[in-house]
Design a protein. Structure first.
Length: 302
C-alpha cells in the first residue's frame, strides 16, 4: 500500500469492508443476531498470523480465546477486549488482531468474550474484564506482566478496567493499549462531525443506538468507568493510544492522551494519516501497521 498526503483517505481492505457494512445497515433492517453476524466479519482484512495457535478457555468465569504465539512467554498476558459498541464483535472477530499483537510482543493474549449489551448493560463488560485479571493474578501472573488492550468500545474497556481495579484496591496492569478508543458517551467531540465524510463506518446515529444499549438508562454518560474522559488518571500505567486521522473518533484518542499526560502518565500517541477506525485490523497486509505492532511489542517489553 502506498503513502498518502495529509488530509486524504487511504484505500484499504478495511475501508472496503466498512463501506459494505454501511451499505447493509442503510438498506436493510437488521435484528441483533444479524448485526452481530455481520460484525463477526471484522477479522477479514487481517492476515492470519503465522506460528500462532488458539485455544478456547474460561478465565475467571469469563469465556474467551487464547492467542498463543509459538515460543511466547506464558507468564505475560495481554487481556484483549474486542470492539463493537459493547453489543457486537467477539473473541472470534478479533483473535487474529490479538494474535499479531501477542506475537509482536512475545506474550500470550486472552481475547475476552465479555457479556454484551443490550442484554447486559454497563458495568457488566468492565466486571468481566476485572474477573479475568483477578483470575490471572490469583494464578500467579504478576501485575507488571499483564496488559489490557482493546479497540473501539474494547479500547474503552481496556482503559476503564484498570480504573475499576484501582477502585477495588487491586493491582493495576503494567501497560494499557487503546486502538481507536471510543470513550465519549455524550457524542460531543468535534471530529464526530468534521470527519463524518471520511469515516467509512462510524455515524452519530450508530453511536446513539450503541450508547442507549450499553448505558441502559441507568448509567450516566459521564460516569468515569463508562466514559474514561471523566476519570482521574493519576498513578495510571503507561498508555499507548493509536487512531486513524480520518476516523470520526480520533478526538477520543487525542483527548485521552491530553488528559492522561496532564496527570503525569507516560503516554504514546500515534495518529496514522489517512487511516480508518481500528486500522490495526490491517495487520499482515499493511507494512506500516506491521511496523507499528512491532513498535508496540518493544514498548510492552520496556
Amino acid at each position: 500500500m502506498t503513502d498518502v498526503k495529509e488530509g486524504t483517505v487511504k484505500e484499504s481492505a478495511l475501508r472496503d469492508l466498512y463501506l459494505d457494512w454501511s451499505n447493509l445497515m442503510a438498506t436493510k433492517e437488521l435484528d441483533i443476531r444479524l448485526f452481530r453476524s455481520i460484525f463477526d466479519e471484522w477479522h477479514q482484512p487481517t492476515v492470519e498470523p503465522e506460528q500462532v495457535t488458539y485455544k478456547e478457555d474460561v478465565v475467571g468465569g469469563v469465556p474467551g480465546i487464547w492467542a498463543l504465539p509459538i515460543g511466547a512467554d506464558t507468564s505475560k498476558v495481554v487481556v484483549f477486549t474486542h470492539g463493537g459498541g459493547f453489543a457486537v464483535g467477539s473473541a472470534s472477530s478479533h483473535r487474529k488482531l490479538a494474535g499479531h499483537l501477542a506475537k509482536a510482543a512475545g506474550w500470550t493474549a486472552f481475547v475476552v468474550d465479555y457479556r454484551r449489551a443490550p442484554e447486559h448493560p454497563h458495568p457488566a463488560q468492565v466486571e468481566d474484564g476485572v474477573s479475568v485479571i483477578r483470575a490471572l493474578l490469583d494464578g500467579g501472573i504478576t501485575p507488571e506482566n499483564i496488559a489490557t488492550a482493546g479497540d473501539s468500545a474494547g479500547g474503552n474497556l481496556a482503559v476503564a478496567i484498570p480504573l475499576a481495579l484501582r477502585e477495588k484496591g487491586l493491582p493495576l496492569p503494567g501497560h494499557v493499549i487503546a486502538f481507536s478508543p471510543w470513550l465519549d458517551m455524550e457524542n460531543k467531540l468535534e471530529s464526530l462531525e468534521t470527519n463524518d465524510a471520511t469515516d467509512a463506518l462510524i455515524t452519530t446515529p450508530l453511536l446513539e443506538g450503541m450508547i442507549a444499549g450499553v448505558l441502559g438508562g441507568t448509567t450516566s454518560p459521564t460516569a468515569p468507568l463508562a466514559n474514561p474522559l471523566y476519570a482521574d488518571f493519576h498513578g495510571y500505567p503507561p498508555l499507548y493510544i493509536a487512531a486513524g486521522s480520518v476516523e470520526s473518533l480520533v478526538d477520543n484518542a487525542t483527548q485521552l492522551a491530553q488528559k492522561a499526560k496532564a496527570a503525569g502518565v507516560d503516554v504514546t500517541l500515534n495518529i496514522a494519516e489517512g487511516q480508518q477506525h481500528v486500522y490495526l485490523f490491517l495487520a499482515g497486509r499493511d507494512p506500516q501497521v506491521d511496523a507499528e505492532l512491532g513498535a508496540i511489542g518493544k514498548w510492552l517489553n520496556t
